[in-house]
Ligand binder design. Structure first.
Ligand code: CU
Length: 472
């Protein structure tokens, strides 16, 4: 089972992008963030018409935050209190989840579990203090595959208390769309073929909401590139041809700077990576950025195009950018409780004894359970732990498919992969499991409440891959 190739824009679209539309698409979208009367950021989810693939293709009707896809980049500084006055202008209920942020459970945006869903026309004010700096994102947690698949997602940046020495700080939000020939969002959500395989893979990949032919750069610059995978199913593996990016943060949290494994930056749905990218090319040169996750369908995402200006500096700085650590609670591994989560099901797989795959699902189980939809979580949680406890959790992916497992509320450290210790200290909120892979993580259950644990392939989530972790 392979993904359809990304949308090929017509020749005219490529030329239009080269003529400067691409640059416009890379401008910060903060202009889309509107201050409400009380100093909160006003955020509205509703339908909008946008130019996703550019002329000669028609505009696309999407569901958008503040009329743009992705939604506005929301920016604060570490230690700030964020206030977001949210309005639901959709025709169905929704919520906003702040992916990766450590917030009280009442602000976590999971319908029925942490708050009543926001009805059409309804409002809800989210407020929380930003404990951690880093690159995060926000999206609905109701009817997620469809609401995210139609465009509801945006990046949230929490700046460090002290400025980080780079020349430019750019957000690259990656989205994946399944479009018809008329450039409309394909209505076929929740298809069993998608849900039992790799999820709803699209045919069009956008960078900050557009097909971007060229990203203008200047020789000698040092960029901080904040990559965020907002897609509902697509895994990316980005190669920066001719360059040697250093990974400086994963899922918002600093890591010792290192070259990406295999020289590819792999991002499962929901994951982020901050790169430090030294622009070592010469004026006038051009280098491709390609996504080679599906080897037979490698495509060019965009190109770094060097302007004719003289280099910013004679040689790139050899000082690595080391970000200050976030104030995460220390792990007590010696006193940790152990819990295991076994993933079963999917095409070419099986469900536990006594369960059958039907076209209506389920297709996936976590420890033999398969809740379908958030209302199913009135039942007992999958795992209950005491507040303050260090939890050592082992995931076993007994399926033929990739799964980005996301835990709400608690950033976790990757301890081992297939039994081998992680080569570096790596904290994440979403861990991508390869087929048949086993991963151990650990975290401190510092906040009480019922927290979601689910696959971020959104069709997998809706067809059984979610559970509740109760911290009491
Ligand atoms: Cu999955």
């Amino acid at each position: 089972m392979t993904a359809p190739p990304p949308f090929r824009p017509g020749r005219r679209a490529v030329l239009a992008a080269a003529a400067g539309l691409a640059g416009a698409a890379l401008l910060p979208r903060a202009a889309g963030a509107v201050a409400a009367a009380d100093g909160a950021v006003a955020l509205t989810a509703g339908p909008a018409r946008v130019s996703l693939v550019g002329p000669p293709h028609p505009q696309t009707t999407v569901w958008a935050y503040n009329g743009t896809v992705p939604g506005p980049v929301l920016r604060w500084r570490q230690g700030d209190t964020a206030r977001i006055a949210f309005t639901n202008a959709l025709a169905e209920e929704t919520t906003v989840h702040w992916h990766g942020l450590r917030v009280p459970v009442a602000m976590d945006g999971v319908p029925h579990l942490s708050q009543p869903p926001v009805p059409p026309g309804g409002r809800f004010t989210y407020a929380f203090t930003l404990k951690d700096a880093g690159t995060f994102w926000y999206h609905p947690h109701a009817n997620s595959a469809q609401q995210v698949g139609r465009g509801l997602a945006g990046v949230l940046v929490v700046k460090e208390r002290e400025p980080v020495p780079v020349d430019r700080d750019l957000v690259w939000a990656l989205s994946d769309w399944r479009l018809t020939r008329e450039a409309a969002v394909d209505d076929g959500f929740g298809h069993p073929m998608d849900a039992s395989h790799a999820g709803r893979l699209g045919n069009t990949v956008t960078l900050n909401g557009a097909i971007v032919d060229a990203v203008p750069v200047r020789a000698g610059e040092r960029l901080r590139l904040r990559l965020a995978n907002l897609a509902g199913a697509r895994v990316f593996a980005l190669e920066f041809r001719g360059h040697a990016p250093q990974v400086i943060a994963l899922d918002g949290h600093p890591v010792p700077p290192h070259a990406p494994d295999g020289d590819r930056v792999v991002l499962g749905p929901g994951q982020r990576a901050d790169l430090m990218l030294d622009l070592t090319g010469a004026p006038g040169e051009r280098f491709d950025v390609v996504d080679s996750f599906h080897p037979r369908q490698t495509y060019r995402l965009t190109s770094l195009v060097y302007g004719s200006d003289a280099p910013v500096r004679r040689s790139p700085s050899d000082t690595p950018v080391v970000l200050p650590a976030n104030p995460l609670p220390p792990l007590d591994l010696a006193g940790a409780v152990r819990h295991d989560v076994v993933i079963e099901g999917g095409a070419m797989g099986r469900l536990p004894d006594g369960m059958a795959m039907t076209p209506a699902g389920p297709f996936w189980t976590l420890n033999g359970t398969a809740p379908m939809g958030h209302a199913a979580h009135a039942g007992p949680p999958l795992i209950t732990v005491k507040r303050g406890q260090t939890v050592r959790m082992g995931f076993v992916n007994d399926t033929a498919w990739w799964h980005p497992m996301h835990l709400h509320g608690f950033p976790f450290r990757i301890l081992t992969r297939n039994g081998a210790p992680s080569p570096r200290e790596e904290w994440r909120d979403t861990v991508l499991l390869a087929p048949r892979e086993a991963v151990e993580i650990a975290f401190v259950a510092e906040e009480p409440g019922d927290w979601m644990l689910h696959c971020h392939v959104l069709d997998h989530q809706e067809f059984g891959m979610m559970a509740v972790l109760r911290v009491a």
